[in-house]
Design a binder for this molecule. Structure first.
Ligand code: SF4
Length: 318
């Protein structure tokens, strides 16, 4: 098996040189901050979106970890706007306040806010060239198929990943495994005939059986959104709860005000639930926590995707 894996490592390296996404900017740098940023942005977000809209503007605004830590959280959230999962941005900011330079030690990386085991391994191998594996979703799928595993535990997968990693060239090996998972060993219709792991793969006869898919029913939540409009300005509050903390948004109530007018609804799909917002406007001054902003001012605030949709709905109705 060891010899078989030596051959596979060579096949993986050859495949990566011809077919890998070797030009991605976070693969042509060894700056730990740039690599760390890309790892955080790429959680839950596609490469194309990160590459075309977020990675470069963020680095331009915050070129170093120190510059990020010195910036106000509002500025960080504004640069993150639209990327979603704002805890990622808040944890980046917290980390930048703790360290100016990222440590290379995996345990020290994991001790920083928002850095899990996979991100720590990714920074360790991509920035510091350590011979350790990574374990993102694409790699997990490959490992399950290689060993015909339907419902493995994370511990089992990490053990296998450590056994298989190419310790002589961990950078290319790990990048290649992600690319193989993204382009060949896809959830549906994997292209086993083109795969450099074909010779050692036990699951290639029926790959889509591995791993077993968990069926998840996503619940729906409904909210009444109240927009107070006063002197052509709209009321928003800065969120202080755990959800969307720090972003500006419209207030919700349990029951719409009698004097308000219904203007329509917007929906938004989060990972764990679907949100339906029924939107009402009224023309009285909100004497609570709200601040008033013109549309131009709102465009400069950090607001969530769903609040952006509400602004658009409002503009469509006036
Ligand atoms: S041979 Fe097929 S199932 Fe196995 S790793 Fe390659 S693409 Fe995936």
């Amino acid at each position: 098996m060891k010899n078989q894996w030596k051959t596979s490592h060579q096949n993986i390296q050859n495949w990566y040189k011809c077919h890998g996404r070797v030009d991605l900017p976070w693969r042509t740098t060894d700056d730990p901050y740039h690599i760390y940023l890309s790892e955080i942005m790429l959680q839950q977000t596609q490469v194309k979106t990160v590459l075309e809209r977020y990675y470069f503007p963020f680095l331009k605004r915050f070129p170093t970890l120190k510059a990020l830590g010195d910036a106000p959280l509002d500025d960080v959230l504004k640069m993150w706007e639209g990327l979603g999962y704002y805890n990622r941005a808040k944890n980046l900011h917290k980390t930048a306040k703790i360290v100016d330079v990222l440590p290379s030690n995996i345990d020290e990386l994991i001790a920083l806010p928002g850095i899990g085991k996979n991100t720590a391994h990714a920074v360790a191998t991509f920035a510091f060239k350590q011979p350790v594996p990574i374990m993102e979703a694409n790699v997990k799928r490959i490992l399950c198929r290689l060993h015909k595993l339907s419902t493995p535990t994370d511990k089992m997968l990490w053990q296998i990943a450590y056994d298989l990693v190419d310790t002589k060239n961990p950078f290319d090996y790990n990048q290649a495994m992600m690319d193989i998972g993204a382009t060949l060993c896809t959830p549906k219709n994997p292209q086993c005939e083109d795969c450099p792991l074909n010779e050692v793969c036990q699951g290639k006869d029926d790959p889509t059986l591995y791993p077993t898919k968990k069926k998840r029913k996503v619940p729906t939540r409904e909210q009444y959104i109240m927009i107070s409009v006063y002197n052509n300005k709209l009321s928003l509050t800065q969120r202080s709860g755990k959800f969307l903390h720090g972003l500006w948004g419209f207030s919700s109530t349990e029951v719409p005000l009698c004097a308000s007018e219904y203007i329509g609804e917007v929906t938004h799909a989060y990972t764990h639930f679907k949100l339906i917002c029924k939107v009402y406007v009224y023309d009285e001054l909100d004497k609570g926590q709200a601040h008033y902003f013109t549309i131009q001012q709102i465009r400069k605030l950090a607001i969530s995707k769903v609040d952006e949709k509400i602004v658009k709905l409002y503009l469509d109705t006036i």
